[in-house]
Design a binder for this molecule. Sequence first.
Ligand code: GLP
Length: 240
Amino acid sequence: VSRELEATALGLPLYKRLKAAIETAILSNVLKAGAVLPGERVLADTLQLSRVTVRKALALLEEEGFLNRRHGFKTEVGSRVEKSLATLTSFSEDIIARGLVPGCVWLSKQISRPSPTEMMALGVAGNSNVVRMKRIRTADGVPIAVEISAVPVRFLPSAEMVKDSLYDALEARGFLPQRAIQRMRSRAASAEDAQHLHCDPGAPLLMTERRCFLADGQIVEYCESRYKGDVYDFVFELQR
Ligand code: GLP
């Protein structure tokens, strides 16, 4: 953190620089979810900052969900999940990378005719079959997303082949997605989303739609996901 602190913009107030330094350490996984931070006084002494500066930085980080304060004294790194938008990873991989245990609660898993949206997205005919999977995705048992995936049966003949990870099942069949196009937008939680995600109806969600391709261009999956806005960060790397 002290190295990061030196690297932050000098023009900013000290507490903002400290906040940015701790945030970088969390986002780069140097400080992992669940790690306990030293107390305010120890931090202030070690970093040679005032306790007021430390307190203000920690309060901001807590407000943004990066830190959790327990019983007023222990400060832990929170478990926001960070998802890079440049790499094609599965939900399970993202959660494991954050040091948490992925899981899913199945809402339905069946073979059916594609919906009009799925027909368009997958490029399949109305009389074809897809495996449609609707599930609540969890991290350490806490629900953080609802996903509906559709995969043409030629890639996945039976829904029973998917245990917890769809990509594991596709990989086992030699159909691991290699490329995807993803659209992201905001959406308010419906009454059903709210029930699944333990949030209030109308709470902000991040909705993504993803079309996945195999190396030869075949479309293997269409998925609509709704992530709880307060636990999922999407991270972009931009280059000119
Ligand atoms: C992400 C994607 C989905 C994909 C899922 C696979 O959540 N948005 O399109 O189906 O990952 O994850 P898993 O292999 O854990 O089922």
